[in-house]
Design a protein around this ligand. Structure first.
Ligand code: ASP
Length: 591
């Protein structure tokens, strides 16, 4: 028999009870986490958002409640009236472990079907099952912790930005395509058959227009949508901390973000130092083989090309050779070396070369091509010591303007750091990367495309090269990197209509095409646009790292799977034919 809540009022949360509450009459409400029936006494652990409390039903002191407690099963919803008493045997593992509640009355508020998995942090349930029954999964303390952290981080960021004079302003969800390098999610218009809204990949154009509108400082915690190819840790909809400021240089944006990040880290009790480090993109590539270098450990790369020159014909490499010294890896087995080579090949290596340095001397397959003397010189140049191993790589192909071998060596650096346990825990390395090229070459389009988006500002001295040497043009863009993960990017923008129009031309758009796609924006730019700049950070990613989680799905209440599906709501889904009719849509059979 189920009870109604009536005028019963909860007095405490289960997980909040402490020794100081002993003697208090309480009303608790929550879910039955566990039930232990000892005949005369029944124990239940009652669970709510705050944690667990132990409830005792005694047949002698409360026979009715005891009889009812026999009906309780896991995940039933109950309200308990009783008195907090000290436990005879405290449980040090539970925050409420010093007390228990001696029940006088039990109200059964709801029953539950037998859950497909136990609501516990270390559940062994498959992720598919967890996501299908997300409401049960969400009951786990870990999800509560993560969503609470997310709430607190957002709150602290909001407070910080408010104090710095930012307004939080919403921008439309039904809009038109904004180029951020992904496909749009389209929404068909019923009123204008054949026409579509696009869900925003970012509020980029709108936030710039807010600056043209004189709002001066804008931010938004905003959902963005990108229909990208499936990848394990990518969500089709995700949340950004998006902001834009007028009359600024990059440092002004850095300062704001550094304060916001400081506030976010304070939530987990970590004090991060300001200002963050800075690095030029080209140095990041040459020193770490990455545009998002992980600075929690060393193993910087070196350019070994000159040492390998005598082997160029034998090894058949074209560009350069980059490598590093892996401390303590001289004892690596054949199997470990093979695994490393595999990883290098997957990252685009033509060859992966090693020298093991021991007290007895060097040992390396390179001796055949470089000679013992050549290997010795390499060891000296690299500064390798007995016990170390030199690892170097050439790349399968040279890509214009980038150090392909450095990128391969950068992947090996990450592999080695992991295998050699060189990545310290609880270290936070934040870094601003600047000096990015404005363009990158697209093999598919056979032309230069924007490396970021086409509103990114251009370093003034490089403007002349826009048409003649686009690969040399540097942007006013920057990235924020944390422990080898890109948190987001931004830039000081193009604020002049003439330069924006020139850039569209450099991207191969005719004036007609530019007008068709961005006409309203070009028009807006010509009405007194202030210099402005901004940034967007992936908020899900920030929270994931702060929570120490490895998957974005752990910090999003209702995430999509790696296959872009919502298993609980079963979306995407087909729609009734009438709905398609309304929209004037006829589905083509898929070949
Ligand atoms: N709109 C950019 C992005 O979403 C960020 C920015 O340039 O502010 O990546």
């Amino acid at each position: 028999m189920l009870d109604f809540l009536g005028d019963l009022k909860r007095t405490h949360r289960c997980g909040d009870l402490r020794a100081a509450d002993a003697g208090t009459d309480v009303v608790l409400m929550g879910w039955v986490h566990r039930r232990r029936d000892h005949g005369q006494v029944i124990f239940i652990d009652l669970r709510d958002r705050a944690g667990l409390a132990q409830i005792v039903f005694n047949r002698d002191s409360a026979p009715q409640a005891h009889a009812k407690a026999e009906e309780l099963r896991t995940e039933f919803v109950a309200a308990i009236e009783g008195k907090v008493i000290r436990r005879e045997k405290p449980n040090a593992d539970l925050p409420t472990g010093e007390v228990e509640v001696l029940a006088t009355r039990l109200h059964l508020l709801n029953t539950a079907k037998t859950p497909p998995f136990v609501v516990e942090d270390d559940t062994t349930a498959a992720e598919e099952t967890r996501l299908r029954y997300r409401y049960l999964d969400l009951r786990r303390p870990r999800e509560h912790r993560n969503l609470k952290l997310r709430h607190q981080v957002i709150l602290e960021i909001r407070k910080t930005l408010d104090a710095l004079g930012f307004y939080e302003i919403e921008t439309p969800m039904l809009t038109r395509s904004t180029p951020e390098g992904a496909r749009d999610y389209l929404v068909p218009s019923r009123i204008y058959p054949g026409q579509f809204y696009a869900l925003p990949q970012s509020p980029q154009i709108f936030k710039q227009i807010l600056m043209i509108g004189g709002l001066d400082r804008y931010f938004q915690i905003v959902r963005c949508f990108r229909d990208e190819d499936l990848r394990a840790d990518r969500q089709p909809e995700f949340t950004q901390l998006d902001l834009e400021m007028s009359f600024v240089r990059p440092d002004d944006v850095f300062d704001v973000i550094e304060r916001a990040m400081q506030a976010a880290f304070a939530v987990i009790g970590v004090k991060i130092a300001r200002p963050f480090r800075h690095m030029l993109y080209k140095d990041a590539i040459r020193r770490y083989g990455s545009d998002k270098p992980d600075l929690r450990f060393g193993m910087e790369l070196s350019d070994f090309t000159t040492h390998f020159e005598p082997a160029r014909a034998t090894f058949g490499f074209e560009g350069s050779i980059f490598g590093l010294v892996a401390p303590g890896a001289a004892a690596w087995s054949r199997k470990q070396l093979d695994e490393m080579t595999e990883r290098g090949k997957a990252a685009g290596a033509r060859g992966v070369y090693t020298v093991k340095v021991t007290a007895e001397g060097n040992s390396s397959p390179l001796e055949k091509t470089l000679g013992a003397e050549g290997v010795k010189k390499l060891v000296e140049a690299a500064g390798a010591k007995p016990g170390d191993m030199i690892v170097a790589a050439s790349a399968r192909e040279q890509i214009k303007g980038t150090e392909a071998a450095a990128l391969v060596a950068g992947q090996l650096r990450l592999f080695l750091a992991d295998k050699l346990s060189l990545v310290p825990k609880d270290r936070w390395e934040l870094l601003w990367l600047t000096g990015f090229p404005l363009f990158e070459w697209s093999e598919t389009d056979k032309q230069w495309v924007s490396a970021q988006h086409p509103f990114t500002g251009i370093v003034e001295e490089d403007l002349d090269k826009l048409e003649s040497a686009p690969w040399e043009v540097r942007s006013k863009g920057y990235d924020l990197v944390l422990n080898g993960t890109e948190l987001g990017s931004g830039s000081v923008r193009i604020h002049r209509q003439d330069i924006q129009a020139r850039l569209f031309r450099a991207l191969g758009l005719t004036d007609e095409q530019a007008k068709q796609r961005f006409g309203f924006f070009l028009e807006a730019l010509s009405y007194g646009t202030p210099p402005h700049g901004g940034i967007a950070l992936g908020l899900d990613r920030v929270v994931m790292l702060l929570a120490g989680e490895k998957s974005l799905r752990e910090v999003i209440a209702f995430p999509k799977t790696a296959k872009a599906q919502d298993l609980m709501a079963e979306s995407p889904s087909s729609v009734p034919p009438e709905q398609l009719d309304d929209l004037g849509i006829v589905l083509k059979p898929r070949e």
